[in-house]
Design a binder for this molecule. Structure first.
Ligand code: ARG
Length: 298
């Protein structure tokens, strides 16, 4: 299917899109060696241009709480053991993308990280998924950058992917996937705002019909495209968007794990019948990531 970047370029009818499973396991990356060494997004330094500094024991505590929250709601949790020298390794959303196929299989696409400090994370994803007997795929040379689920947000239960391009992923990776899977519907958004540098900072699907989104991250045609894919599109107020409310994860259509201290979004979630699980991720936000970035669903 051609990549659509405007609402009128696709049927807009989810019922015509093949069904796929919702991935209900998560892979987390142990943050023992998590640090901030270089500002590769605007969140990583303070107003005076100094790099943020991480409180390592607090980061570990927050990560353990995230792990526990997943276990408490019945999500199967797997971990990558600590590896020194990889400051962004705990952000497992980026070095790969696990794509569920309509035939029930899953396939792992290995990322092409945009920054050299993160290149070596990819091999750890490859060996984990190899150990789980999932097939691995690599992008051709022509794909310059592709950051996995940071820019590729699976539409819950359908063979449809919301695809961001900007500083971290270019259109080439999406073209590769489009050519590889003729039945895959790709909806493409050009990211507009450097504060929302990965699509996952600005879009969080909750179920097949509902998503949270950050309006200022999208241009008008991107906003229309989103509205054509989700009946209930919930705008996140900018102050909560900047507090990473859009980097939420709903693994089961009910529980929503999200950054603590986003009262407006929490009350909307409750009103709509979701169960918010607020978590503090302050140490990871200093690096530009929160709940969604800290896991790979597979
Ligand atoms: N500091 C990391 C980076 O800039 C944060 C990654 C956050 N991940 C995400 N999926 N948004 O690459």
């Amino acid at each position: 299917m051609p990549i659509a970047n405007e609402a009128m370029q696709w049927s807009g009818s989810l019922s015509q899109i093949p069904k796929v499973q919702i991935l209900n396991r998560v892979l987390l990356g142990n943050p023992t060696h998590f640090s901030i060494e270089e500002a590769i997004n605007v969140h990583m330094e303070d107003e005076s241009g100094e790099l943020n500094s991480v409180d390592s024991s607090l980061a570990m505590e927050q990560w353990n709480n995230l792990k526990k929250a997943y276990r408490d709601i019945g999500t199967e949790v797997h971990e990558l053991s600590p590896v020194p020298g990889l400051p962004g390794y705990c952000f497992t959303a980026n070095p790969s993308l696990v794509l569920p196929l309509p035939d029930g299989n899953r396939i792992v696409w290995l990322s092409k990280m945009a920054h050299s400090s993160r290149f070596k994370e990819v091999e750890h994803h490859a060996s984990f998924f190899r150990s789980q007997n999932l097939p691995l795929k690599e992008f051709p040379e022509t794909v310059d950058r592709f950051e996995g689920c940071g820019d590729g947000i699976l539409h819950p239960g359908r063979f449809l992917i919301h695809a961001g391009t900007g500083s971290r992923s270019s259109i080439r990776g999406w073209e590769t996937l489009s050519a590889e899977y003729p039945d895959l519907q790709i909806l493409h958004y050009t990211l507009q705002d450097s504060r929302f540098y990965h699509l996952d900072t600005a879009l969080a699907p909750l179920n097949e019909n509902t998503a949270l989104f950050v309006p200022s991250a999208f241009d008008p045609s991107g906003q229309e495209l989103l509205a054509s894919a989700f009946e209930n599109l919930i705008p996140i107020p900018i102050e909560e968007a900047l507090h990473f409310a859009g980097n939420a994860h709903c693994p089961d259509g009910k529980h929503v794990l999200l950054q603590k201290g986003n009262p407006k979004i929490e009350s909307i979630l409750l009103r709509k019948g979701f169960h918010p699980i607020p978590l503090e991720t302050s140490e990871f936000r200093k690096s530009g990531g929160s709940v969604f970035c800290l896991k790979m669903a597979w």
